[in-house]
Design a protein around this ligand. Sequence first.
Ligand code: WTA
Length: 642
Amino acid sequence: MNFERYQIKSYSEYLSKYKKSINTPDVFWEAVAEHFLWHKKWDSVCLGDFKNLDIRWFEGGQLNITENCLDRLIPTHKNKVALYFEPNNVETPTRQYTYQELLDEVCLFAHVLKNNGVKKGDRVCIYMSMIPEGIIAMLACARIGAIHTVVFAGFSAQSIATRIEDCGVSFVIVNNAGIRGEKKLYLKSIVDTALNLVSDKQLVRKVLVVKHTEDAVDMVSERDIWLHEEIAKVKDMGLSFFPAVVMEAEDMLFIMYTSGSTAKPKGVVHTVAGYMIYANYTFVNIYQIKEGHVHFCSADIGWITGHTYLVYAPLSAGVQSVLYEGTPTYPSPSRLWQIVEKYKVKSLILAPTTIRMLMTYGTKPIEQYDLSSLKVINSIGEPLNESAWDWVHNHIGNKHAAIVDSWWQTETGGIMISSFAGITPSQKSYSTLPFFGIVPILLNDFGAKIRESNVKGHLCIKQSWPAIVRTNYSDHDRFKETYFSKFPNYYYAGDVAMKDKKGFYRILGRADEVLNVSGHRIGSAELENTIASCEAVIETAVVSFHEDIKGEGIYAFVVLKPNYKDYLEIRNQIIDKVAQVIGSFAKPDKIQFVVGLPKTRSGKIMRRILKKIANNDIENIGETSTIIDASVIDDIIRNKQS
Ligand code: WTA
């Protein structure tokens, strides 16, 4: 695949092309779409806007994303590696798949799905660790037209059950167990628990189990099937190639659940054509993909970064991807650098939290490795603070690799604001410039446009782009309310940002009640509901505080019922409950039992104040006269957790 003529080569080219992309988006995106494989070309490029919220891209077009990620690459990439698999344990043999082998595996898997009754439009839940079968499962769903919803393997049984019920999942794919560092994850047994929690016992018909480890699992007869046995049946039937199901451009490709400001996670819906085109085009341009490019995305397939920049974009661009099963520090904090050297990785995606964690080990773990292949280091998920930027620049990128800080969200499908590696300027702590077709705008609290530089505002987007979330699954009203009601006619991202004199954007953090802990989005309402469901708790308020490695830590202020005084025990109950209902990654770092919460006369909890206290910013607490009982603040400050 030759994407070179599809790529910008200079900053001036960026500037002129950017103008065209926002002034005449239809002309711009049509030219990009021409590079893909269609069964039928589109009738219109972009329909709908931020008023009617019936957004459609490439309507009338027909295609299948897996043909664009696999089949179309076969003439040139048949024997080129699509995927290198680096297992958790160094002694486990590595695996690799060429484009042809990956296509063959996806076809067999698609036959398995079809033989077991999965049809176009069915929802399939994938709960898997970072192994090739996870990617193959996603692609097999896409090939057959089923809608995948991947649930991150750190989520609890309860979280899986909620998602299964919300979108009516009829088929689940899981590996018997996974391994991350020293830890075993018994995924199949978590799925069993989840399915017991689903109230409609007829909903999930089958559970397809991938045998990844030697751990035994309970197989429920009639419901649970082994992948290897099903594949053997497919082969016995003499089946191999699976013709891709032809999809409409706006058919759903996947649902990804994410936290918002209400208690219930929302199902973000992405559709086939717009998502594919945007994913590919951002990837090829921002990472400046050339023939033979090796790409290593360390994000999990359970998050949007894994979907876009580990699965769909890299394959559609014909690069060689590294999939790593384990943690960055197993068996030692050199592991990532060992992988970079081994595969001669050119582009590496890292979360800032991983960078900060690796920084604590100093530079020794890096020293014996040759990282000169690295051309692009991409930070995603949280603000990349200056010291982390410097560390990456000096020690990982050896002052020559481009540091690319990309801002985007589950809802945006692909990168929105970012530098282009080696092409546009990179600036410490700034995501810099918008991608083609993206028109960011900063609004003040009253919805007026901020014109001055270096003034904080709400980051909004003015016009539609191909990969924008289309709806929240089965809840279009919620979609309208969440993204388009605060500032009508704009997409509201929920982040605060500012712009410098050069027009470079700096993302400062969330404006709403969403926490960003180690790059994981956690709704404070979701956490509060969970904590409040503990027997001893009357009410609670959760805020974030600055934490050196995770970026943000979770601080829970908890009011207990009278006579509940066994604080240690209650603290453990709260932590267990959060792990059980959401997942271990959402456990509070600090829990403070308080006599009351600061509230306004209308009963609204003043989180602003709690956040200041949690961050030791007590001098700047500000106005407290609207609080009903200001004495609670003194109590909270007096007993604050250090
Ligand atoms: C935050 C992850 C600062 C932001 C792709 C956003 C960032 C949320 C950056 C989305 C960045 C993402 N700088 N903050 N480069 N990238 N964020 O949906 O608060 O898991 O709204 O998508 O992460 O998280 P999500």
